[in-house]
Design a binder for this molecule. Structure first.
Ligand SMILES: Nc1ncnc2c1ncn2[C@@H]1O[C@H](COP(=O)(O)OP(=O)(O)O)[C@@H](O)[C@H]1O
Ligand SMILES: [Mg+2]
Length: 364
């Protein structure tokens, strides 16, 4: 077996022979790690072999692998990427004529995969998404790895009590998500599939990246042919009237924030009316709000509600919501010296530093 990450004189010769013998996009036999062949975008004459590592996730549409680095075919040398430039390889199964329709709905056509890569480039240039390559079974999309893990796992870990997040931490997360979504809207795109699984959070810096732009559409589109996204994050105007606008992402954000702050009930479509009529004076059914001042709790709950109005025109805009949340964050930070010192026994010095760093690194 050739280990492409540890090449030496003899395995280099073997790999050379193997590449010549296997013209396929994916080289999987005879190697310890699969490799995806693609043209270098900087030097189009040259070929890169993207080395796949562990499976990071198998979502509904694709398998996402960690990239180990790349072998340059011209000199057969393995290059490991620095931490901030690591890549992922998303392998998306291709639709086949012969298969049943039901099975087919989880597969994509070449055209859809090309669109997904294009939309990723447009929605977030920081993803450095490459042009996809194909073989008979899969399309491969290669892009930069967003550091951290997805917000779904973050929320689950918090619910399990694996960590506790002080109030400023969650409000910063909320703010950073809104800022990222606002950037994508300003670039002219509606995301359409915003949900915790598609939001990557770096728990050290609280930096946020939105991923999975497979179904994103330009803001100029006002209606959609088919409803894409995930319930309960799809708003009623899309579900019943096929209408789309940036307000559909605002709606999804509202549901995400209910989940982020630990709404006690599972959020299904059938309870969204209850969320709309939540009375913050009477009820505070959130697990992670206790450390916020009473007035900030009321303010936040009202804010969440303004994201999920039935009528999209009534939903709050990000230009309005972002400064409001900045004010809340400032208020929490101004009053947090006391709170931090009261829990000083639980925080080691380095935890404390890390948190301070995290709050400081928040910027828009
Ligand atoms: N660029 C990326 N950086 C880090 N993690 C990613 C990246 N792209 C995808 N992931 C992870 O893989 C999961 C599935 O990827 P996604 O593009 O959402 O595929 P699917 O279309 O199957 O939902 C995401 O939920 C996320 O956890
Ligand atoms: Mg996804």
């Amino acid at each position: 077996m050739i280990n492409p990450t540890q090449l030496n004189e003899s395995t280099r010769t073997l790999l050379d022979a193997l590449i010549k013998k296997t013209p396929d996009t994916r080289i999987k036999q005879g190697v310890t790690h699969s490799m995806i062949k693609r043209p270098s975008e900087k030097f189009p004459e040259e070929t890169r072999l993207e080395v796949c590592g562990k499976l990071l996730s198998s979502g509904s549409f694709g398998f996402v692998f960690n990239g180990r680095g790349a072998v340059h075919e011209n000199n057969l040398t393995f290059y490991k990427k620095p931490a901030d430039k690591k890549r992922i390889i998303k392998a998306i199964p291709l639709k086949k004529e012969s298969e049943s329709k039901e099975y087919n709905q989880y597969r994509s056509t070449q055209k859809q995969i090309i669109k997904e890569a294009y939309r990723t480039q447009q929605c977030d240039p920081d993803a450095h998404c490459k042009k996809p390559v194909f073989d008979d079974d899969f399309g491969y999309i290669i892009m930069r790895k967003a550091p951290g893990y997805d917000l779904m796992d973050f929320i689950i870990d918090m619910r399990k009590g694996k960590f506790t997040a002080p109030p400023a931490y969650l409000v910063t997360v909320m703010l950073n998500i809104m800022v990222e979504v606002a950037k994508i809207h300003k670039r002219g795109w509606i995301i359409r599939d915003l949900k915790p699984e598609n939001i990557i959070i770096n728990p050290d810096t609280l930096e946020i990246k939105i991923r999975d732009f497979a179904t994103a559409l330009p803001i100029s589109k006002k209606t959609c042919k088919s409803i894409k996204g995930t319930y309960p994050f799809i708003p009623p105007e899309t579900r019943y009237l096929s209408k789309i606008s940036p307000a559909i992402d605002i709606y999804a954000l509202g549901i995400i924030f209910f989940e982020l702050f630990g709404y006690r009930k599972k959020i299904k479509e059938s309870i969204i009316n209850q969320l709309r009529s939540l009375n913050p004076i009477k009820d505070n059914p959130f697990l992670f709000m206790d450390d916020l001042s009473y007035s900030n709790q009321i303010y936040l709950i009202d804010l969440f509600k303004s994201f999920i109005h039935l009528n999209p025109a009534d939903r709050i805009s990000l230009d309005q919501a972002i400064p409001d949340v900045e004010d809340i964050l400032q208020d929490i930070l101004n009053n947090s010296t006391e709170e931090l010192s009261s829990s000083a026994e639980e925080l080691t010095e380095s935890d404390d530093d890390e948190l301070t760093q995290a709050f400081k690194s928040y910027s828009i």
